[in-house]
Design a protein around this ligand. Structure first.
Ligand SMILES: Cc1cc2nc3c(=O)[nH]c(=O)nc-3n(C[C@H](O)[C@H](O)[C@H](O)COP(=O)(O)OP(=O)(O)OC[C@H]3O[C@@H](n4cnc5c(N)ncnc54)[C@H](O)[C@@H]3O)c2cc1C
Length: 383
């Protein structure tokens, strides 16, 4: 009888595990993805939606595309995970797995900050990105604020990219001079895990575009009627249009399952991505992987994808009896969009000790084309 692999979450990590495994395992072995959303949305492309460079349907694909790859898709909310039995409840149905992969990502929790939901646009969701796009289209001048509402969030480059893309779009529309533009960040520096050189390069990019940067500003409350933000350090800021990255938290279903450590994220062996439960793996944003420097591995598609490939090989080897996979080594790369058709390419060894070794090249049209190709390649997987 064939083995059964159940993958929780059909986002970046889950979809890669599913497609890789399908390519490696004969058809008698069953691969199931459980996912609540009916469409896969490429996170990196939300930034292009904000500035009208992509329409929502251009950056998303139906989840059912996975079925065309020979993967069973169960649509529904995962209500309960029992990792010791490798069983899952979804929509009243119970699924049993020989191998279980937890890839449910990170939840956004804008309500963790009083008044935030009513005050601005959470551009890490498709709905929020579309609402921000519409608000920007009619924004003719005033105070524009981009805010990170907590210091740790997925894709540490994204708010810095969003700010630069928005700035560039305001210039294109001829309204830049009428806008006071500021970025308030809960973190002490941009992309801190990548090191001080990368942080300084990103700060320079913001400064060159006249975007005021205010790090170490942890928001405590937003007042929508007064259009004011209040920070833990006593500072206040006024805004007319607010775009924010909401605080993240681990999905409750994961903490309820006893999979999470303190802080909510799932601890794994960083080389194998195994949890403490037998034949239960966790990958991507839902994991918490500490680095020697004292901060965790950032949450990003580049890591979720790399981890997914290792897990797929490990599971295939267990089922087929082959060589175990080589360990995951924490190499990550990213494209930092800087507006005006330019992108800076970054790459690094995030498991290097004592600190990650990461470099960021100057923005170029060539790297922008590479990002376009990456986007096409990703979405093409769902066709
Ligand atoms: C604006 C933005 C820009 C980004 N840019 C980049 C970039 O340039 N480069 C980069 O590397 N990364 C980028 N990222 C980050 C990247 O998208 C994430 O790190 C990546 O998607 C993580 O993959 P994952 O599989 O762990 O989680 P996800 O891709 O979030 O997948 C988790 C899936 O689990 C599902 N799920 C969760 N809970 C349940 C439940 N209870 N029941 C059923 N289904 C559930 C969710 O619906 C989701 O589809 C960006 C993110 C954003 C928001």
């Amino acid at each position: 009888m064939g083995a059964s692999v159940v993958i929780l979450g059909g986002g970046v990590g889950g979809s890669v595990v599913a497609m890789e495994l399908r390519a490696q395992l004969p058809a008698e072995h069953r691969i199931t993805v459980v996912e609540r959303a009916d469409r896969f949305v490429l996170g990196a492309s939300l930034l292009r939606v904000i500035v009208g460079e992509r329409r929502p349907e251009e950056i998303s694909r139906p989840m059912t595309a996975l079925a065309r790859h020979g993967v069973e898709v169960v649509t529904g909310d995962i209500e309960r995970i029992d990792p010791s039995r490798r069983s899952v409840e979804v929509g009243g149905r119970r699924l049993e797995a020989d191998h279980l992969v937890v890839a449910v990502g990170a939840d956004l929790d804008p309500s963790a900050v009083a008044g935030l939901v009513e005050s601005g646009h959470s551009f890490y969701t498709l709905e929020g990105a579309v609402a921000l796009r519409d608000a920007l289209a009619s924004f003719a001048g005033g105070r524009l604020v981009v805010l990170t509402a907590a210091p740790a969030y997925k894709c540490p480059a994204a708010p810095y990219e969003a700010a630069q893309l928005i700035e560039s779009s305001l210039r294109r529309r001829g309204v830049r001079e009428k806008v006071a533009f500021d970025l308030y960040a809960a973190e002490p520096a941009p992309m801190g895990v990548a090191g001080p050189k990368v942080s300084a390069a990103v700060r320079d990019l913001l400064a060159a575009k006249g975007i005021g940067y205010h790090p170490d500003h942890q928001i405590v409350a937003a007042d929508a009627p007064a259009r004011r933000l209040r920070f833990a350090n006593g500072a206040e800021a006024a805004y007319d249009l607010l775009a924010f990255v909401a605080p993240h938290r681990a999905p409750r279903v994961v903490s309820d399952a006893g999979l999470a450590a303190q802080g909510g994220w799932v601890p794994v062996d960083r080389g194998t991505l195994r949890t403490r439960f037998e034949r239960v793996w966790a990958i991507g944003d839902v994991t918490g992987i500490p680095l020697k420097m004292g901060k965790p591995l950032p949450k990003a598609a580049t890591f979720a994808e790399g981890e997914a490939r290792i897990v797929a090989r490990s599971i295939a080897a267990e089922i087929l009896g082959g060589q175990p996979s080589e360990p995951y080594v924490g190499i990550g790369e990213c494209w930092v969009e800087t507006g005006d058709g330019a992108t800076a390419h970054g790459k690094g060894d995030f498991f290097a000790e004592p600190v990650p070794v990461v470099s960021l090249e100057a923005p170029s049209a060539e790297s922008h084309r590479a990002k376009d190709a990456w986007e096409r390649e990703w979405l093409g997987r769902f066709s």
